[in-house]
Design a protein around this ligand. Sequence first.
Ligand SMILES: Cc1cc2nc3c(=O)[nH]c(=O)nc-3n(C[C@H](O)[C@H](O)[C@H](O)COP(=O)(O)OP(=O)(O)OC[C@H]3O[C@@H](n4cnc5c(N)ncnc54)[C@H](O)[C@@H]3O)c2cc1C
Length: 510
Amino acid sequence: MTPKRRILIVGGGTAGWLTAAYLAKALKLAERPHLEVTLLESPDISSVGVGEGTFPTIRTTLQYLGIDESAFIRATSATLKQGIRFVDWAHAPDGRRQHSFFHPFEAPFFAEDLNLVPYWLLQDPAARAPFAEAMTLQARVAAAHRAPRRAGEAPYTAPLNYAYHFDAIKLARLLAERAAQLGVQHVQGTVSAVTLDDQGVIGHIDTDRAQRFEADLYIDCSGFRAELIGRALGSPFTSARGQLFADRALACKVPLGDEAVMESCTIATAHEAGWLWEIGLNGARGVGCVYSSSHVSDERAAEILHRYCGAGHEDLPLRSIPFAPGYREQQWVKNCVAVGLSAGFLEPLEATGLVLIEAAVGMIAEMLPHSGPMHAPARRFNELMTARFENIINFLKLHYCLSQRPEPFWRDNADPATIPERLAGLLEEWRLRPPGRFDFVLDTETFAFFNYQYILYGMGFATDLSAGRDDFPRADEAAKVFAKIQRYADRAVADLPAHRALIQQINAGR
Ligand SMILES: Cc1cc2nc3c(=O)[nH]c(=O)nc-3n(C[C@H](O)[C@H](O)[C@H](O)COP(=O)(O)OP(=O)(O)OC[C@H]3O[C@@H](n4cnc5c(N)ncnc54)[C@H](O)[C@@H]3O)c2cc1C
């Protein structure tokens, strides 16, 4: 008979419930009586969950879990996200112009045997279309507040790649329901003691309600408190503060009027010492100010946020969320693995929180030993997660270090001493060639070479191909493809529904 195996998940935020539901599904919990998955959640400690943006991978995850897309959109006040519009990142606004660029989810248009990027780079910078607009129709679709899909489309599919904005607390509730259907047990209680045996392995966990839990694998989803991986096991924290300076966020919700436009992208607006996020939820805008406490006071950050929210919103209550950018290199230690904020968090730019949870839980499900010691996958898991975090640090830093803004926060960000060596090396190479697929090892990346292209060329980075101009003799063909992309964009803007109309239709159950 197969011996009983128990998994205890501590924490009921998005990380805890996503992990619970995913493992229950992947391990076919309902059909395996020898497996037990329990989620322990404190009723007294709140989770971080704000209005959040995600990555397209969430569609595959939700579909895998058997969650109906329309039900998900209704339950979590979700809207559709086609990418991020960056405002004022390259230059500070000077009254006459406001610089912005779009980072879409769609990859650049792929023309058989013809890479368009060099041809865009060789065009006159003063006359050419912005990179994202030239390369994909999604930039114009999002700018026109259109949805990436029509109402009749099969669930989770669309002509254009997309993700969602949603209320993370509501998502955790929905995932909890699904996890229960898949056989996960739910217990309330706050961890009061974690007992290690003489090998430093977690022996059992006690709660304030006098419950005791013993498990083969403990999954720490207790958020920034990191009850198991940090407090009990002392897994060291690697700070990223030397590269990424933001360490605080202020968050609020602004009611959305019935007539207001509903954006189908996140808006990330730079300010003197960080940036502001704005995401459209159904019925509200989630707005937040991310900043470096070394460069600006909490009072000034609140002022920046209130000013952004506009007149009449000066009294909106703000929630303060301090965080330490960084991660643990040892996220799997003996019989404990950390998922979510307990494993690490860099900052919300590019919405990498949930995608890292998806990556971790996918690996746990695949690598979980069927027999033998629970720590067997630890080394590989830790290597892969470390690489992911380091690569995300590079990608986030790219947004900051290319800015021409004059404020101390931005000048410090451009200081070469704060730019990771690998990124600095790539930037050097990209002066003479665009990012390509062999720059990255895909299994440890969250972002592909074209994501780097969107940020680089959106920020005004120059890749100079002029010395090799003769290597690119197909400019006429490329011009035809560029024109075709614009025709497709015209058609898409005309054919796709307004984002607000689609969300209303889904919420009305049509
Ligand atoms: C300002 C900000 C903005 C963000 N924006 C985004 C975004 O746009 N997109 C994105 O993908 N990610 C974003 N994230 C990250 C995202 O919020 C998290 O990755 C995600 O919500 C997972 O959080 P979590 O479940 O690990 O932690 P939490 O949400 O903090 O949940 C922790 C859980 O552990 C429980 N717990 C804690 N201590 C104990 C204890 N002693 N005993 C029992 N239970 C305990 C709590 O009750 C809670 O249920 C953002 C994060 C921050 C801080």
